[in-house]
Design a protein around this ligand. Structure first.
Ligand code: LLP
Length: 419
């Protein structure tokens, strides 16, 4: 359920015509619905009601300050993977006591920053990281609260680039070695063991891999208790999928019910790290047709958004719905929807049956709220798009479109080149 719907053939975001925003703010443009964001956060978080839990929005999926502030206001925390994300989260007003930090390559500087900020939990992903964290915490006169991110060796049955819980993936510590790592951690003076964590992949459309992972984690928690190591938090990561095309992922209620059942009466606090399921369908990318052309064999619709704005189709072959902002009776055409970037990999959709479009028409690329803007770049020296949030009958520019000046910020030409 989302708030991008047609009224009299005109696509609206809540009560505002998308064409009005495109005209006033320009394209390409990311557009988010406040009501959808809020509703998705509450649907996910509410599904765990009655269980001690913390919903830590995975901000790599969308790190907009406005969106982070919205979720913080709903009582959410965040899952971060860098010092930059920590900075954004704090600037958005997220409580440090609701921040968990994952990532295989945390640098000393980032770890110091997180310790200074007094975050809730470090999800440690290797022995070297554990020793380093102990050292840095000791130097700072602090104790780092940790969970070990274990790799449960579970196939999430998703795209290989976004499956993370298999032994062949770089993430976490092999669950078979976890006990010895915990014993090692217990002997380190500046660490405080608080949890066990895992994250097995993204865009999962089945509940069973989550339940299988939870079973393995529960067994580990039991072994740890026997070894005298008490666990307070169970972090199950994120990964719940959404409908881009014809996928039928479980509803958060179904996901939560399965977790609740498997968890039983364990006296553990859950940490959840959803990203995509909350923001994915709460945002669209709005773009304008620049030209159309035909190669004789193929029709091309060239739009002003490109792989630098939304890389998912190029990188993962992902499907995003392509919808006209104004419905016409021109009929349909089968075409590639492509951007202006100088690579054949620059496409938003391939061989897609869409409404016949003409130069100047607006197009909505659907389900672009997760891993859309946050993965965008300046490739081909293209300024990054504006971001806009709609609430009811008003819109708010939450990020200005980058300017040409922005493109060269921080660059210098060394004196010796100045002839
Ligand atoms: N927690 C951890 C430790 C993660 O690595 C991720 C995502 C999440 C939570 C959130 O997962 P979600 O609920 O959004 O599935 N760029 C890719 C997705 C990469 C996901 C990376 N990790 C895409 O566009 O599909």
């Amino acid at each position: 359920m989302h708030h991008f719907q047609y009224r009299n053939g005109e696509l609206h975001c809540e009560e505002v015509p998308v064409s009005l925003i495109a005209r006033e703010v320009g394209t390409p443009l990311y557009l988010y619905s406040h009501a959808t964001l809020r509703q998705h956060f509450k649907a996910f978080d509410g599904a765990f009601e009655g269980l001690s839990h913390l919903t830590c929005f995975s901000m790599k999926s969308n790190s907009s300050l406005a969106i982070l502030r919205l979720f913080a206001g709903e009582g959410g925390g965040v899952d971060i993977v860098s010092g930059g994300e920590l900075y954004r989260a704090l600037r958005a007003g997220v409580e440090p006591s609701r921040i968990v930090y994952s990532g295989v390559g945390k640098t000393v500087e980032d770890v110091e920053y997180a310790l200074r900020s007094d975050i809730l939990l470090f999800n440690v992903e290797s022995s070297q990281e554990m020793l380093q964290l102990n050292k840095v915490a000791g130097r700072m006169g602090k104790k780092a609260r940790i969970a070990i991110r274990v790799n449960p060796d579970i196939d999430p049955r998703t795209h290989p680039y976004i499956s993370t819980g298999l032994r062949e993936n770089k993430f976490g510590i092999d669950i078979r070695r976890a006990l010895e790592e915990y014993v090692l951690a217990a002997g380190l003076e500046h660490l405080e063991i608080r949890g066990v964590s895992c994250h097995i992949g993204s865009q999962l459309t089945l509940v069973s891999p989550f339940v299988d992972a939870l079973k393995k984690l529960k067994a580990l928690v039991g072994d740890l208790e026997e070894a005298g190591i008490h666990i307070a938090y169970l972090d199950l990561g994120g990964g719940l999928g959404i409908t881009y095309h014809d996928e039928a992922p479980p509803h958060p209620e179904e996901y939560a019910a399965a977790i609740r059942k498997e968890l039983g009466t364990e006296d553990l606090s859950l940490i959840l790290e959803p990203g995509r399921v909350i923001v994915g369908n709460a945002g669209i990318l709005v773009t304008r047709v620049v030209y159309t052309k035909s190669s004789g064999e193929k029709e091309f619709i060239i739009v002003d958004a490109a792989m630098n704005d939304l890389i998912r189709p190029s990188l993962y072959g992902s499907f995003h719905g392509i919808q006209p902002v104004r419905v016409t009776n021109r009929g349909t055409v089968r075409a590639d929807i492509v951007g202006p970037i100088c690579e054949s990999g620059d496409f938003l959709a391939k061989d897609r049956e869409v409404q016949a479009l003409e130069s100047g028409d607006l197009v909505a690329v659907m389900s672009a709220g997760a891993y859309g803007f946050s993965m965008s770049s300046n490739y081909n020296s293209r300024p990054r798009a504006a971001e806009v949030m709609v609430k009811k009958d008003r819109y708010y520019v939450t990020r200005a479109r980058e300017s040409h000046e922005d493109l060269i910020r921080g660059e210098t030409i060394p004196d010796f080149l100045n002839g």
